[in-house]
Design a protein around this ligand. Sequence first.
Ligand code: 0A1
Ligand code: ZN
Length: 891
Amino acid sequence: MSNDIAATPPTIFRKDYVAPGFWVDTVEMGFDLDLHETHVATRITMRRNHDSAEKDLVLFGASLKLLQLRMNGVNLKKNAYTIDGEVMRIANAPDEVTLEIETLIKPLKNTSLSGLYASNGNFITQCEAEGFRKITWFPDRPDVMAKYTVMLRANKKKFPILLGNGNLIEEGDLGDGRHFAKWEDPFKKPSYLFALVAGKLVCQEENYTLKSGRSVLLQVWVEDGNLDKTQHAMDSLKNSIRWDEERFGLELDLDRFMIVATSDFNMGAMENKGLNIFNTKYVLANSRIATDVDYAGIESVVGHEYFHNWTGNRVTCRDWFQLSLKEGLTVFRDQEFSADLVGTTTGRAVKRIEDVRVLRQVQFSEDAGPMAHPVRPDSFVEINNFYTVTIYEKGSEVVRMYYTLLGHEGFRKGMDLYFARHDGQAVECDDFRAAMADSSGRDLTQFERWYSQSGTPRVKAETTYDAETQTYQLTLSQSCPATPGQDEKLPFHIPVAMGLLDAEGKDIALHCDAYSALAGATNLILELTEASQTFTFTGVAAKPVPSLLRNFSAPVLLDIEYSDEELGLLLANDSDPFNRWEAGQRLATRRLVKLTKAVQAGETLELDSMFIEALRATLVNESLDPSFRELVLTLPSEAMIAEEFDVVDPQAIHTARQFVRTALTQHLRAEFLSAYEANLTPGQYTPDAISMAKRALKNLALSYLSAWSDESTFELAQTQFDEAENMTDRLAALSALTNFHGTETQANAAAQSLKKFYKDFKKEALVIDKWFMLQAVADTTDVAKVRELMEHKAFTLGNPNRARSLTFSFCNGNPSRFHAADGSGYALWAELVIELNKINPQVAARLARSLDRWKKYPLHLQEHMKLALEKVAATKKLSKDVAEVIGKALA
Ligand code: 0A1
Ligand code: ZN
């Protein structure tokens, strides 16, 4: 690296963990809230932790003006402490300490959206992971848990609503145009769960009766004008409360539970104790502005944050390396919640397929790139970069494997033991594993490798059949590629759910030597623990077709050679709906890879009838749930196809995939039209599973039909757009119109519809985000068009949702255009990362990751990407966040 590239910021290691030198018992805070300058007075009572090797009293602070620091009533002189970066050390502190700290902070200037900041004139906080230190000096680490009392004071007209964690214990006027509210949180919590909100807000509220008979107050707070969009969030909250009582026996521990929506938020939402703060995207919904996907997203995020109250808040993380302890577990819980709410077998499978799609497309890619890290990382530079799909989604898969291995009851016993042991504590991933092991009596020692080893394991399946002895042998071998810092891997403990199908596609009763107690079952969980293992099945009358990794029982890549006929049989018959879908994806991937190569070689493209007929049979099979048919008919994304290649050619992939879409429409036009007609949902919009499934299939049909450009399909899309009664249908139609490759008149009509959409919804920020996003991923949108859209008066990089809607969507969701041969996409990316770095490092670092996999592209593209990466690396005042991502990409 050249000299002008800033030195990489320091790395923090898990092995260096030292318990805090002091515990905190109580925290009392007083806020004088002012958007320009907020005064914070904090009194902290602390006592020495005699078990710690740390003898100093250590506090963290960032972007603070320190006005006053008193210890046990005495002003601390400058020479009584040292400050190095964010770390303050007070040496020789007595064993019992009361600290009184006064700080001054500037919410309006805080564009990082971490700490205390302003959003549309309201005050919002975000303290995870290390935002509390932007409010006051404090031992801001998750293993320091304390009880908080908070006094909020502010101008009553400007900030009529004052909210904090826990219970409101006092409120009143101060006489000078200001008022106050005092909040007390009865539970010990780490500082990252602290929150306050102040401003002009309105709420939908309801008294809700818990199973125990206790009544609690539920509130959803939004900005004025949005009260017609809170019902779904409220319903989702009530469903979450009920579900956690029923499935895990966990009750809401507060008398009051609040959700606040803000349009300026870095992530999805935050589980602050009793005062969840949400991105508006995961609260606001009605049929006019939100799609079915939005409704589902709200349900799962409301659930996720609520479930954190036990998995995260009551039992929290010892240090940030244990982040997946709360996140993996809570994602598993929210996935199960959504699946249980649908209730049907197909509904569960559909949810599972959707979750696995995300895992494979995003997490497998992360695991194969420069930012690959274990579910429990060993080191990081900036913790905010580790709120990743590996921590969340792979972490959830790890929890799911306990569930698969231990069964429904066994898992519940493990959870019960986990809470019995650790309520009120800050613990490690190992403690969770110990609870699962001890409650079940199972040896889960080897299972630890799922936490310590990064990379996606590959499982290879080979089979032999001996007709004479009617014996079938399945050999499973595992390996895992090298990842940064981990060249060699040891075998994982992998649950492989499986069955065998006979020639009619029926499940065979299994007799496996290693599982004799389960003889006759049609579904077995094989446990692969060695590098290679052979499982022998007896009494197999004819060569079967194996169905492996049912319900995606482990986060691995499965290599198995199937013939087209075998995949056809699985697609038509497998009793495991996940593998039924999987067979269709395998058929499609095989063709997409071959066609991509044909595009590169300049050969003519052809789609075979076996594939077309298999999809036709699924499409017209009305005994299958429409949502399942929609999933089978959806081709693997361009990103998924890219994973099949060592060197990625985004334009060839795009051409091949578009070709398959067009060819399918050409052959299945009539079937798509009937599917369209058969799945209309007239009448009032409801976000129930059946209607959502119908809309999904109908709109998929529309999207296929619009790949075959003719007058009647354009009209179909135009009519749907004009007459849509809900956002799901309207947006799908607009997307079809925008992506229509038709005449100039049609292109003009599509442009008119885009304009109208903007005009009709310009007051709805979340809909304008969709408007930008739809254009960002349109295949006609090139770099120049993105630059033009960036000039639009509604565009700003200052709002994360808006920045993501256009620029992230383009860089991550429009690969054939982003990877333009002249490198113009990367030049745009570099400009954006540099600009965002000044405004909001967390958001900048997310975008920075779009070039993670740059070594997977052809050399001429790599050269352009490297230049762009180096340009960012050479930027002055690069945040830790961006520096870490870029540093790892260039390493
Ligand atoms: N704990 C939240 C996610 C979250 C993490 C960091 C944030 O700011 C840096 C904000 C939210 C969750 O899992 O929902
Ligand atoms: Zn979470």
